[in-house]
Design a protein around this ligand. Structure first.
Ligand SMILES: [Zn+2]
Length: 244
């Protein structure tokens, strides 16, 4: 993200180009269950359901999947588990128990589970827990979620970076579904508004994924920028970041 010439936040490039789309996940699971059936067309839509709802229908060669947008930030392992559950139900097959477990666990995710995941990825990625010295990222996330996302955003992994970086104040890592904020924001004299703004910006990365236009990858899409302008006291927050 550019704030008047100064690179303040940069989104982490995706780890590889080989990330499966949701449609591809459904096709792969479909092929496993029905190897001799012609592959359908797959349409996945996110809807504003009040709870974590998921529906599947198969009509005239098209598989229509509707998911609550609370599931939008779910990691691909959870999405795959959900695809297995929905397709098993559609074809009246037994639901694989570990898919059920994985999906349930995601829905009932709590602080302890997120910490487990943080611990699990720590070997590959340096992240510390959400409870900082001054700020608790869970608390700020929930407040922003309520204020700007109707409380519907599924909570990603949240953590503080172990080092206080001035150049990278925050990033969203889609491969781990994690938002990491620089420890430099977790200081006694850092205004809460600055932390809120950086976290809000990264939440928008989760809400508005990068778009590919030909060979170019657009990280801050038009929708992203429009949504960012909804942040209250935006100009004041940007000034604070420049002063860091
Ligand atoms: Zn950004």
């Amino acid at each position: 993200m550019e704030v008047e010439g100064a690179a303040i936040l940069t989104a982490q490039p995706e780890s590889s180009g080989a990330v499966e789309t949701l449609e591809e996940i459904y096709l792969r699971v479909f092929r496993q269950l029905r190897p001799r059936t012609e592959l359908p067309e797959v349409q996945v839509q996110f809807k504003r359901y009040a709870s974590a709802n998921a529906q599947i229908r198969w009509e005239s060669g098209t598989l229509r999947i509707r998911l609550a947008d609370t599931l939008e930030g779910a990691p691909s392992g959870v999405m795959e588990a959900l695809a297995e559950i929905l397709l098993a139900k559609l074809f009246r097959r037994p639901v694989p128990p570990d898919s059920n477990l994985r999906y349930r666990r995601y829905l009932n995710r709590d602080i302890r589970r997120s910490l487990d995941v943080v611990r699990q990825i720590r070997g590959r990625k340096r992240v510390e827990g959400p409870q900082g010295i001054r700020y608790d990222l869970y608390e700020i996330f929930e407040e922003l979620n309520f204020r700007y996302f109707h409380g519907l955003m599924a909570r990603p992994i949240l953590g503080w970076s172990p080092y206080a970086s001035r150049t990278l104040l925050g990033h969203y890592d889609p491969s781990h579904n994690a938002i990491v904020l620089s420890r430099i924001l977790d200081r006694i004299d850092t205004p809460r508004l600055a932390v809120e703004y950086v976290l809000f910006h990264e939440m928008l990365h989760l809400r508005y994924p990068a778009e590919h236009r030909g060979a170019r990858r657009c990280v801050h899409t038009r929708d992203f920028k429009i949504a960012e302008r909804e942040f209250e006291r935006l100009a004041e927050a940007q000034l604070l970041l420049r002063a860091l």
